[in-house]
Write a protein that binds this ligand. Structure first.
Ligand SMILES: CC(C)(COP(=O)(O)OP(=O)(O)OC[C@H]1O[C@@H](n2cnc3c(N)ncnc32)[C@H](O)[C@@H]1OP(=O)(O)O)[C@@H](O)C(=O)NCCC(=O)NCCS
Length: 186
């Protein structure tokens, strides 16, 4: 599956993307992506081989003009309700988005996310899309708002991605945004 926008092509990852991905995942920009850190090009290649199989829900954000991978976006179907049984409909999605720092502030994240949301709502049965973002992550919150998502609340000391210097978990405050298919009019 590929998704085309004015300046971008969203497509599944390929082994040859290893260097471009290493460029931004060698130092993940935010704590919630700390576990995605890649320590070498070799590790990046291995990760690309794993991602190659993901053809519906995990996309490389590439520049149409040069083919460079400048970031990524993904979201998988979930039931959306934590106590739902296994037969419940999976109509809820929670995207992760990330751009190489060099390509931020150019409207690419919005362009990619808007096309990805349209794909989820129109082709993948999405009823609700929600996003978690840390309270200090203003660029991600700005992106949610630009996409028309509602700020639904703040979960205080909700999750820990890294430890404090004394080894105790460092808890972060998480903001939740969401939008329903019937609210989507981009
Ligand atoms: C979150 C993230 C993806 C947002 O990326 P971004 O580059 O700030 O977002 P956009 O692509 O929408 O660009 C924003 C700005 O680009 C500017 N811009 C420049 N040229 C533009 C153009 N041709 N078209 C549109 N906007 C343009 C605008 O000023 C826009 O700001 P505005 O919305 O106030 O108008 C990025 O900050 C990131 O990767 N962060 C690290 C990872 C992360 O935090 N992920 C989320 C974890 S919860």
């Amino acid at each position: 599956m590929t998704i085309e926008t004015e300046r971008l092509i969203l497509r599944p990852f390929l082994e040859k993307d290893a260097e471009d991905v290493y460029e931004y995942l060698n130092k993940p920009a935010v704590n919630c992506f700390a576990c995605m850190k890649l320590d070498s090009i070799r590790e990046a290649k291995k990760e690309m081989l794993r991602r190659e199989k993901e053809t519906e829900y995990y996309f490389a954000i590439t520049l149409k003009e040069t083919g460079k991978v400048i970031g990524e976006i993904d979201a998988y179907p979930e039931t959306g309700e934590p106590h739902a049984d296994e037969n419940s409909v999976k109509d809820t999605f929670s995207p992760c988005w990330m751009l190489n720092k060099k390509y931020q502030g150019k409207g690419y994240a919005y362009e990619a996310a808007k096309a990805f949301f349209e794909y989820l709502f129109s082709q993948k049965g999405a009823r609700r899309i929600y996003a978690y973002t840390e309270d200090y992550n203003l660029s991600s919150q700005h992106l949610c708002e630009k996409l028309g998502m509602r700020r639904e609340g703040v979960f205080v000391e909700f999750v820990s991605f890294i430890n404090n210097e004394d080894g105790t978990p460092k808890y972060e405050n998480t903001v939740q945004y969401a939008i329903l298919k019937k609210e989507w009019n981009h």
